[in-house]
Design a binder for this molecule. Sequence first.
Ligand code: ZN
Length: 267
Amino acid sequence: MPELPEVELTRRRLELDLVGKRIERVEARIGKLRLPIPGELASTLPGRTIRAVGRRGKYLLFDCEAGWLIIHLGMTGFLRFLAAPAQPGKHDHLDICLDGGSLLRFHDPRRFGTVAWTTNAPAGHPLLAGIGPEPLTAAFDGEYLFRVSRFRRVAIKEFIMNGTMVAGVGNIYANEALFRAAVRPSRPASSLTLRECELLALAIREVLEESIDQGSTYRVAEESVAYHPLAFAVYGRGKERCARCNGTLEEIRLGNRSSVYCPRCQQ
Ligand SMILES: [Zn+2]
């Protein structure tokens, strides 16, 4: 599943390719992904210029003058810019054809992706309205995390993976950030001190930024969303040695997700 760094890298890549391009036509080959593909795209988008490519959480936002195209990659979605037309493959469900013959193609074998359209400010769209602060902005810091976690008994790992608390922190980065902050994933959210919240907010920002930085020099493979440039300290490493103390990493289930931590380093 694409995590926030992959979505941000997709945004940066597409921004270079798409901004300033004029849309000539829209070809949707199926009627629905997770939600129906809006029918008005075919009539509204032609003649419009793509002005910007933004991101909110794991949603990509394409400013198309008349409104915003909102795309979520779901589990297996992949957006590719093609400089010249090419025959669509089996899972190439949507093409946004651009002037000069180039196109933006949405490929999604499992069809859990989302394509939506809004003529209002996208922040208020039902898909986006409940998303918490962006982890890479000043709106997300230790004081915020401390304040919203008071009286919350849910495990801190599940808490930071709740998109209404902070946008787009998936399982991989939650595991890594908790290790870096030396906080055990099963701790009740309310038990964290302000200092621990500061360390955790910083760790979340660091693991995401490092992943984005490393990925910016990495060419995302065609039709591949399996992109994880960080060398993981704990994720997927249950029963292996802790790189910090040489103890044994433990794996538990929290909210039905695998959680790996070091019992010595994370309290
Ligand atoms: Zn350790």
